[in-house]
Design a protein around this ligand. Structure first.
Ligand code: FEO
Length: 397
């Protein structure tokens, strides 16, 4: 029934789109949805690379049956055990009881824990190969990109890298599957957001994996999320390389909380100063309105980070505290950092923002500004000076 897309001769796309889920990992918004990619190779042996979220198992299993056309499914390669890709494994096993599951020593425990599967598992090690007829698959471990059991699978015949989450983005596949068949413009900004939300903490493991894969000749990257990269392979690799090195672009993200607009006026003043001093990329996030997903994206994207907050119940404004914890969790490195805050009768916010900068080991730029009640002339001037200091630092990028 299905006319399934062939990525290469006898390599079929059997993934699905999810336009229903509102929040990925129940945290990160999905305005363009998300796809769960899976690929089925038909050769002397048939091999499925990963499965899909269990919510889509019905259509997924029908696609597999169509491609196999009555032939057995010999292998399932599990590159990643997170349930958006591994969720249908137990149902696949019910349908194809003889399928051999290929994973590594970390996959095994998760197969039992998530699915109660303890048999018919073949454990592979770094660099091990599997001959399936005209093709040979090679497995490379990619721990912490984004879970410990992650590995990638390389097909030397068509030079395809099945890369698990690596090089993925948010967004569904709206008809096309391969990048050269579609307008991919909106995927790039979503790639920053996806990386910062999902993989952001694991810069060093991503770097190690990029270096490991560098010698391979790669003509197609088949990630578990979104387009097959072919025309834009280098751009996708470049973005993952840049983000995993925590290399910020020239620009500033101003993150602030404000209950009655006084802290916001400080943020506005700093932004005006940045613009006055030649900074073109300025993004402002009111934490009570902007979603954390987008704030994190801009923290990863830009070299300059300025954070402001009022004091609340003798603590930092909780909505800003929540963002700080998400940034700390991702161990974002090498940022220029300015901070400011306001209070009505007792100041705590600026002290906490100072401690945050020290914990992150970020370079403090300019003098912090702290105002009591409404913004007045002297502190207005200090906000302007803070903006000037940040603009001056960014001139060297
Ligand atoms: Fe797309 Fe880490 O799962």
């Amino acid at each position: 029934m299905y006319k399934l897309k062939e990525i290469a001769d006898n390599v079929f796309y059997v993934g699905v789109n999810d336009r229903q889920k509102a929040l990925f990992e129940n945290m990160w918004s999905l305005p363009y949805g998300v796809s769960y990619n899976s690929y089925l190779i038909r050769d002397e042996k048939s091999v499925l690379i990963d499965t899909v979220d269990v919510c889509y198992s019905d259509i997924f299993l029908k696609k597999i049956a169509d491609v196999l056309d009555g032939k057995p499914l010999d292998y399932l390669v599990v590159d990643h055990m997170e349930p958006d890709h591994a969720g249908s494994i137990h149902l696949l096993r019910q349908q194809y009881p003889d399928v051999q599951i290929i994973g590594n020593k970390f996959t095994t425990g998760m197969l039992e824990g998530f699915h109660g599967i303890t048999t018919g598992i073949k454990e592979v090690k770094e660099g091990e190969t599997l001959s399936i007829g005209s093709r040979e698959l090679t497995f490379y471990m990619a721990p912490m990109v984004h879970w410990p059991e992650v590995m990638v699978t390389y097909d030397s015949k068509d030079k395809i890298l099945f890369s698990a989450d690596a090089f993925g983005t948010y967004g569904t596949l709206d008809g096309g599957v391969i990048d050269e068949e579609m307008n991919v413009d909106h995927y790039w900004e979503e790639m920053y957001r996806y990386y910062s939300n999902i993989v952001g903490k694991y810069g060093n493991p991503v770097q190690r994996t990029l270096q490991k894969l560098a010698p391979l000749e790669i003509k197609s990257i088949c990630s578990t999320h979104e387009p097959v990269w072919r025309e834009h392979i280098q751009k996708a690799i470049h973005i993952y390389d840049q983000l995993s090195r925590y290399e910020g672009e020239n620009g500033v993200v101003i993150i602030y909380g404000s209950m009655y607009g006084n802290t916001e006026q400080m943020a506005e003043t700093i932004a005006a100063s940045l613009a006055n001093n030649g900074v073109k990329n300025i993004v402002m996030h009111n934490v009570s309105k902007s979603l954390a997903s987008y704030i994190l994206k801009d923290v990863f994207k830009y070299k300059g980070v300025i954070i402001g907050a009022p004091t609340y119940c003798n603590s930092l404004y909780p909505e800003v505290e929540s963002i700080l914890s998400k940034i700390e969790l991702r161990e974002v490195k090498n940022r220029y950092y300015g901070y400011f805050g306001s209070y009505s009768w007792a100041g705590t916010a600026v002290k906490r923002l100072a401690a945050f900068g020290a914990d992150m080991n970020w370079e403090i730029v300019g003098a912090p500004v702290e105002e009591r009640q409404a913004l007045k002339a002297g502190k207005y001037e200090e906000c302007f000076v803070l903006g000037e200091a940040m603009a001056s630092k960014l001139k060297n990028i």
